[in-house]
Write a protein that binds this ligand. Structure first.
Ligand code: ADP
Length: 492
C-alpha cells in the first residue's frame, strides 16, 4: 500500500520531470538553432564588413584617380596653352627678315604665357633686346654673369637653379624660379634668354623647360636665317655694284676701242688714198713699159717688169679693198637695199669667172631656182659672190667642182658656195673673216691673196643685217653660207 501510495506520490513528479526534460530538449534544440543562426549572421556580418572595406577602398581609389585625372588634365591644358603660344610665335615671325622685329615678338604676354613674370634677351654683344620687368641693376648683374660664365651659358642647352655654378645668379634674382638658355643655331650663339619668377609658386616644371628650350632654338634659327638673308642681300648688293663698275669699265673700254678703231680706219683710209694715186701711175707706166710702148726691152728686164706689174696689181687690189672696208666701217658706203633676183646675180658671177674655172678644169654646178627675189644691194652682193667664187676657184685643185646653191630655208634665202678644195681647219673657220688672215693650206704657197676678201664680204653681209659662216672638212672641201631676206618681187 505504501508502495502504491509512494507510487501515487511519484506520478506527478515523474510527469513534471518528463515535462521539464521535454522542455529542456526543446530549449536545447531552440538554442542550437539560434546558435547556428548567430554563426550564419556572424559570417554574413564579416562578409558585409569586408565588402564595406573594399567599397571604401575603391571609393578612395576613385577619388585619388579623379584627383590625378584633374592634375593630368591641368597639365595637358598647360601644355596645350604653351603649344598655342609656340604656334602663334611661329606664325607671327615666319616672314620676319629683321632682327629687331623678331625680338619685338617676345613681349610681356609671351613671357607671361610661358609662365613667368620677367623676361630678358641680351645679345652676345651685351645689347639688351627684350626686357620685361628686370631692374637695371639686375640687368647689369646678368650681363656680368653672361660675361664671366660665357662657356657655361653658351654650351648648356638650359640653365636652372639646379645647374652647378649658378649660385650668384640665384642670389641676384632672389629666386630659384628662373631659366636661362642660349638663342643659337649652327653652334653660333646670337643671344641669351632669361626668364624669372614663375607666376605660380611652384618649382619650374619639365613642360616649362621643354617649351622654353624649343622657343630659344626657334629664335636662334630665325636669327640665323635673317643673318644668312642679310649676308646674301649684301653679297647681291656688292655683286650688283661690281657688275655696274665692270659694265662702266667695259663701256669705257668699248668707247676707247671705238676711238682707236675709228683712228685705224681713218689711218687706213688716208694711207690707202695716198697710195692709190702713185700706185695708179706706177701701174700705168709698168703696163706701158711691159707692153714695150717705150721701146724694146731686154728679155731679163721684161721678165722683171712683168713681176713688178703683177705685184702692183696686187697692191692696187689691196688698197682698193682696204678703202672699201674703211668706207663701210666709217659708214660712208651708201647701201641701196632693194628687192632683186639673187639667182640672176649668181648665174652672172658664175659666167664672169668661168674662164678661171675652165683653166683649172673645174666643174660649176648651179642648184638655184629660176628666180629668187631677195632684199639686197645688188652691187655689193655681186662683190660677195666674186670673192667667194674667186676663193673657191683659188683653193680647189684642178678638176674639182664648185656648187652655187640658193634655197628658201626658215623663211629666208639661204645661199651657199661649196667647193671640193683643200678645206679649212676647224680652228680657222671664224678667223678667215678677220683682216689679213690667211690660213696655211696645202696650196698656200702658190695661192695668191691679201687676206682681205672675206673681211670685206663679212662687212657687206652685216650691212644687210644678215649672217655669214663657213663649214669645212680638210681634204673634202669648204662651204660658205649666208642669208638674205626674201622679197616678193624683184626690181626688173
Ligand atoms: P685671200 O683669199 O686673199 O687670202 P680671203 O679673206 O678671201 O683672203 O681669205 C682668207 C683665207 O681664208 C684664205 O687665205 C684661205 O686661207 C682661206 N679661205 C678662203 N676661202 C677658202 C676656200 N674656199 N677654201 C679654203 N680656204 C679658203
Amino acid at each position: 500500500m505504501e508502495v502504491t501510495a509512494a507510487n501515487q506520490n511519484m506520478g506527478p513528479i515523474i510527469g513534471t520531470a518528463g515535462f521539464l526534460f521535454v522542455m529542456i530538449l526543446i530549449l536545447a534544440f531552440y538554442l542550437f538553432n539560434k546558435l547556428q543562426l548567430i554563426s550564419v549572421l556572424k559570417k554574413n556580418a564579416e562578409h558585409l564588413n569586408r565588402t564595406i572595406r573594399e567599397l571604401d577602398y575603391q571609393a578612395k581609389m576613385i577619388i585619388q584617380g579623379d584627383m590625378e585625372l584633374k592634375l593630368y588634365q591641368e597639365e595637358v591644358e598647360d601644355k596645350l596653352n604653351k603649344l598655342t603660344l609656340l604656334k602663334n610665335l611661329i606664325i607671327a615671325s615666319l616672314h620676319i627678315l629683321d632682327k629687331e622685329k623678331l625680338f619685338s615678338q617676345v613681349d610681356e604676354k609671351t613671357i607671361n604665357d610661358l609662365g613667368f613674370k620677367k623676361g630678358l634677351i641680351i645679345t652676345t654683344e651685351l645689347e639688351e633686346k627684350v626686357n620685361v620687368g628686370f631692374e637695371s641693376n639686375e640687368v647689369e648683374g646678368i650681363k656680368d654673369f653672361i660675361l664671366h660664365k660665357k662657356q657655361l651659358v653658351h654650351a648648356l642647352p638650359l640653365i636652372s637653379a639646379e645647374t652647378e655654378g649658378t649660385k650668384e645668379i640665384t642670389n641676384l634674382l632672389v629666386t630659384r624660379d628662373f631659366l636661362i638658355a642660349p638663342v643659337k643655331a649652327r653652334e653660333k650663339v646670337y643671344a641669351i634668354f632669361i626668364l624669372a619668377n614663375m607666376v605660380m609658386p611652384i618649382d619650374v616644371r619639365r613642360a616649362e623647360k621643354e617649351i622654353f628650350s624649343i622657343i630659344c632654338m626657334y629664335l636662334g634659327q630665325c636669327l640665323d636665317n635673317i643673318q644668312l638673308f642679310e649676308e646674301f642681300y649684301n653679297a647681291k648688293d656688292d655683286l650688283e655694284r661690281k657688275v655696274k663698275e665692270r659694265t662702266n669699265e667695259l663701256v669705257k673700254s668699248l668707247r676707247e676701242i671705238e676711238t682707236i678703231s675709228r683712228a685705224k680706219t681713218d689711218f687706213i683710209s688716208g694711207v690707202s688714198h695716198e697710195l692709190r694715186t702713185p700706185l695708179t701711175s706706177v701701174k700705168g707706166f709698168s703696163s706701158l713699159l711691159a707692153a714695150e710702148k717705150f721701146g724694146k726691152l731686154p728679155e731679163e728686164a721684161k721678165k722683171r717688169l712683168l713681176t713688178i706689174d703683177e705685184n702692183v696689181n696686187k697692191l692696187v687690189d689691196m688698197v682698193n679693198t682696204l678703202l672699201d672696208i674703211a668706207r663701210i666701217e666709217s659708214g660712208k658706203t651708201e647701201v641701196k637695199i632693194a628687192p632683186e633676183d639673187v639667182a640672176k646675180v649668181m648665174r652672172n658671177t658664175g659666167e664672169f669667172l668661168s674662164p678661171q674655172m675652165h683653166a683649172k678644169g673645174i666643174n660649176l654646178v648651179f642648184d638655184i631656182p629660176e628666180m629668187l627675189p631677195v632684199y639686197m644691194d645688188k652691187n655689193l652682193i655681186e662683190r660677195v659672190f666674186i670673192n667667194l667664187l674667186g676663193n673657191a676657184v683659188k683653193f680647189t685643185p684642178n678638176g674639182g667642182q664648185i656648187t652655187l646653191s640658193a634655197k628658201i630655208n626658215n623663211n629666208q634665202a639661204l645661199i651657199s658656195v661649196a667647193d671640193t678644195g683643200y678645206g679649212i681647219e676647224k680652228d680657222n673657220l671664224e678667223k678667215v673673216f678677220q683682216e689679213f688672215f690667211r690660213a696655211e693650206n696645202p696650196a698656200g704657197a702658190e695661192v695668191k691673196g691679201t687676206g682681205l676678201g672675206l673681211s670685206l664680204v663679212k662687212r657687206i653681209i652685216e650691212m644687210h643685217k644678215e649672217k655669214i659662216w663657213a663649214e669645212s672638212e680638210i681634204g673634202k672641201g669648204s662651204t660658205f653660207y649666208f642669208t638674205l631676206k626674201l622679197a616678193k618681187e624683184p626690181n626688173l
